[in-house]
Design a protein around this ligand. Structure first.
Ligand code: FUB
Length: 455
């Protein structure tokens, strides 16, 4: 698969086509630069944020989505690519449209609710994947749709009393009470009344009198229930309603994020993590980006004292780091603050590796805590060409060179070896840049890296 893609990318480059996403200069939103991502669904688990997204295909002219992707971060600025642990192929009954879902943990298992169009009906239904790990792999939990009424965009919440709710819908808003197994429900499908008091007033569309459009994100915080949703169409903005209970009555509270960002859809995801609140959304911020080539981004925000949500604007800066990154333990090469020119692929050593690297490509890793100073840099690499190197720089892609590791021809793009080189000048907490240099064509693959220090 990787070899095939490498071949076709080379051919495309040769004939002047652009198949891959080309990243603009330094910024930290959107979160992912090497593929288009959409429909963010963050989950906090064991000190990390796991971010579940859809994947808009390159050059897409519709919501052409075949797989979901998972990313994770411990600091909100560096995100690890966990690849695609669930796709349309996971569900034998699914035909198309790997659209917006959400994952949740219960009793050590991870349940990922997603909408897909079924082969049997040609209409959307909600499926559920299950895994023992937040990064998968996920399998079809029940071998058929969990619930089906021709609508999309599930969101899931477990209330303090243990009752789980699955909400979804466009144009309606429905919910079921999930049983504790999380893969069945009791009591049938319930419809939430879409009143203007509950969901605001839309003008100009007699069929859609309220602002509610799609993409609900339901959660509970300090005893108040929130439903943050994509409002109006099109273009959408993000609005929200609150309620004293999980099933209403809902009261419309206003705008969370105005219409911005060159995608006519938007999609919310809200979490608290390491003492701060974060709002995830998508836009068309990458080169080639738009309504069908979207990118997930995130902003930090603070609730007002009364629990209402302030208006949040899209930014390219994104949130400040919520933590430092430890360079003295093994870090995946695909843990990235900003990647320029690189791509990722499944690694023969497990997880993902960074690949498709050309001269001048680089990876920025933010807020790296070097402390008193690093003395060595080790990285796990593979290559079919000699003469390339990994430049270890700080502060910028053209910043001071702390060291340079030569990469040999290892005999294959998945034939891995570790190379080590001395480094100096890396002290304190700063941004790290791994910049790749060499001749023409693809230079090397990188699987992980780790610094050493004087003992
Ligand atoms: O990504 C496909 C669809 O677009 C989602 O299901 C909606 O929420 C909208 O973002």
């Amino acid at each position: 698969m990787a070899t095939k893609r490498r071949f076709w990318t080379t051919v495309a480059t040769a004939v002047g086509l652009v198949l891959t996403v080309i990243a603009p200069a330094r910024a930290d939103n959107p979160i992912v630069q090497h593929i288009y991502t959409a429909d963010p669904a963050p989950l906090v688990h064991n000190g990390r944020v796991y971010l579940y997204t859809g994947h808009d295909e390159d050059n897409s002219t519709w919501f052409t989505m075949k797989e979901w992707r998972v990313w994770s971060s411990a600091d909100m600025v560096n995100w690890t690519d966990h690849g695609s642990p669930m796709s349309l192929a996971t569900f034998s009954w699914a035909k198309q449209d790997a659209w917006a879902g959400q994952a949740i943990e219960r009793n050590g298992k991870f349940y990922w609710y997603v909408p897909v169009v079924t082969k049997a009906s040609g209409r959307p239904a909600i499926g559920v994947g299950v895994s023992d790990s937040p990064t998968g792999p996920f399998r079809d939990a029940i071998g058929r749709p969990l619930v089906e009424n021709g609508e999309i965009d599930p969101t899931v919440m477990i209330d303090d009393d243990g009752q789980a709710y699955l909400y979804w819908g466009n144009p309606n808003l429905s919910y079921v009470r999930l049983n504790t197994d999380m893969i069945s429900y009791s009591g049938g499908i319930n419809r939430i009344p879409l009143t203007t008091a509950g969901f605001g007033t839309r003008t100009g569309d007699p069929n859609r009198p309220t602002l509610y459009e799609e993409g609900p994100w339901v959660y509970k915080r300090n005893g108040l229930y929130y439903n943050v949703f994509a409002a109006k169409c099109c273009s959408e903005f993000i609005g929200y309603s609150t309620s004293p209970g999980p099933t209403g009555p809902w009261t419309y509270r206003g705008t969370v994020m105005p219409t911005q960002g060159s995608s006519f859809t938007n999609h919310p995801g809200v979490i608290d993590f390491k003492g701060s609140s974060y709002f995830f959304y998508h836009n068309g911020a990458l080169p080639g980006g738009g309504g069908f080539t979207r990118s997930v981004a995130v902003e930090k925000f603070s609730y007002n004292a009364d629990g209402t949500i302030p208006t949040i604007n899209m930014s390219t800066a994104g949130p400040p780091a919520a933590d430092t990154l430890n360079p003295y333990v093994r870090q995946e090469a695909e843990t990235i603050g900003w990647g320029s020119g690189i791509e990722t692929e499944p690694s023969s050593e497990g997880g993902m590796n960074v690949g498709f690297i050309n001269n001048g490509d680089y990876i920025k890793v933010k807020n790296v805590a070097f402390g008193a100073g690093a003395t060595t840099f080790t990285t796990r690499v593979a290559s079919t060409t000699a003469g390339s190197s990994v430049e270890v720089r700080s502060d910028g892609p053209n910043g001071p060179v702390a060291g340079r590791c030569s990469v040999p021809n290892t005999g294959g793009w998945q034939s891995w070896t570790s190379v080590t080189c001395p480094v100096n000048g890396l002290t304190g907490t700063r941004d790290l840049y791994l910049r790749f240099s060499g001749g023409n064509g693809y230079l090397l693959n990188a699987n992980w890296w780790q610094f050493g220090r004087a003992s």
